[in-house]
Every structure is written in C-alpha cells, then in structure tokens.
Design a protein around this ligand. Structure first.
Ligand code: ADP
Ligand code: MG
Length: 262
C-alpha cells in the first residue's frame, strides 16, 4: 500500500458531523462535516471570516459547539441536537484531551521572559509533571528538530519571527500531542521566513503527525496535504485531494477564491 492508502484506512482522529456554532445571532459554522484520520494532513482554506479559526477552536475546546457532533479520538466532545440535550465531557476529560492537542497560532505567543529552551520545557514539567531532567533533555532534542539547537538560550526578542514560530512548534510538540492544529502559522511572517516554518511542518507530516492546517500556502497544501477542504461562509463548499481541488475545482466559489490566492 502507498502511504496515502495507509492514511485513508487509518482511524479517525477528528470527526465533525453537522457542527454548528453561533456568536449571538451570527451563525459562524453552519453544519460542518469532515473527518481527519490518523497520520493525515488536512489543509483548511477559505476567505477571511469563513469560520476556519472557529472550527479549530471548537476542536481544541476553546469554543463549545451549539449543534451537531464533534468527536476527537473516540470521544464525543460536545453536542446539542437543536433543542436537544447538551452532552459535555467533564472538566478533567477536557483538560486531558486538550493536553493531547497542540495548537500553533499566527502570533507565536511565547513567554517573553523565558528562553527558547525554557519555553519548551515549561509545560511538560508544570502541566504534565514530567521529571525536570528528562523534560530538559527532550527540550534540547525538540529545539534541534526544528533547527534551533544553537538558539536554546536566546529570548524570543532575540529571535526572528520564523525562529519564534519554530520554538512555538517545539513547545507544542513537547506535550506529545496526538493532533496538531495550525492556524495560519506563516501569515505573520516576512516572506523570506515562511519556508523555514513550512519545512518544519513538512517534517512533522513525514513523521506521521495528524494535522489540521489553516493556510493560504497552496504550494504546501498541494505537496504536503492529504486533503484540502475549502470553507466559505460557515460551510464546507468543496473538499478532496489537494491536486484535484486546486487543479479542477468543481464549485464557482472555490474557483473565485483560488483565482485570488494562486
Ligand atoms: P476565519 O478564521 O475563517 O477568518 P473566524 O472563525 O475567525 O474566521 O470568524 C468567523 C466569523 O465569526 C467572523 O465573522 C468573526 O467576526 C466571528 N467571530 C469569531 N469569533 C467570535 C467571537 N468570539 N464573538 C463574536 N464573533 C466571532
Ligand atoms: Mg482565522
């Protein structure tokens, strides 16, 4: 079997069925259906305001869904059929699940008063209770993995945007996530720094990490993505293999979007 065939047959890590989310009277997600399987890289694209960040925030329990079903792993993380009863995981289960999900944002959100290395080591020790010595050694390894072995003792202010984002990725990996969520991880970077971050993400994909990546980098989506989902106005308009969606989009809205970004 090819690697893609293996990934298509693997277990679902995220499964959304009719996921809805409103803020007040504004319906932001209007019934999202999608599945991400173990080892898959799903690229989520669409115009600003289409609900991409909100969807990621629902997966990571930063927002509660209003209707539909959303499973992470085997667990239903929350649903309320319209007018029906809300099912919610308890606080402990939510905390446990969130520890298994790494999230990387457009802005890096590093602790400014901690070095790169300390940023990476902090959560495994404080949140997961890992022994300090082991967490420190692993912190070094993770910084090496993102190409920053020589920057371990630098503070965020001494690093470029691309380097800071790579530290943020190493910090997320330190929690040993089963799923990584990226929300426009290169959008805040100067163009010449985008490649180094995408290379790290490509390496993660090659190592079999399950990822949902919100991005405007269509080259990355084409080369690294197993699936491409185009969202607009709170719905999935079109999805499929990246080469198919990019090469011969079926929907007018997808074509209009791609004309702008390609
Ligand atoms: P995208 O990431 O695709 O640009 P978002 O998920 O950030 O889209 O936002 C989708 C819509 O939801 C936007 O109209 C935005 O203003 C609205 N929205 C997002 N978060 C909130 C919030 N916490 N309160 C009210 N409206 C929100
Ligand atoms: Mg967004």
């Amino acid at each position: 079997m090819t690697p893609t065939a293996v990934r298509e047959g693997s277990v679902p890590v995220v499964r959304a069925e009719g996921v809805c989310k409103s803020f007040g009277s504004v319906e932001v997600l209007k019934g999202i259906d999608l599945t991400v399987r173990a080892g898959q890289v799903m690229c989520l694209v669409g115009p600003s305001g289409s609900g991409k960040s909100t969807f990621l925030r629902c997966v990571n329990h930063l927002e509660r869904i209003d209707a539909g079903r959303l499973y992470v792993g085997d667990e239903l993380i929350g649903y309320a059929e319209r007018g029906g009863r809300l099912h919610e995981l308890g606080e402990k289960e939510v905390a446990r699940q969130r520890r298994a999900i790494g999230m990387v944002f457009q802005k890096f959100h590093l602790f400014p008063h901690l070095t790169a290395w300390e940023n990476v080591v902090e959560a495994p020790v404080l949140v997961n209770g890992e022994p300090k010595a082991a967490a420190r050694a692993r912190g070094r390894e993770l910084l090496a993995r993102v190409g920053l072995a020589d920057k371990a003792d630098s503070y965020p202010s001494q690093l470029s945007g691309g380097q800071q984002q790579r530290v943020a990725i190493a910090r997320a990996l330190a929690m040993r996530p089963k799923l990584m969520l990226f929300d426009e991880p290169t959008s805040a970077l100067d163009p010449e720094l985008v490649g180094e971050v995408l290379d790290v993400m490509r390496g993660l994909a090659d190592d079999g990490m399950t990822m949902i990546v919100v991005t405007h980098e269509m080259g990355f989506a084409r080369e690294v993505g197993d699936a491409l989902v185009f969202m607009d106005d709170g719905v999935v308009v079109e999805s499929g293999r990246p080469a198919d969606v990019l090469g011969s989009p079926r929907e007018a809205r997808t074509r209009a979007f791609l004309r702008k970004v390609l």
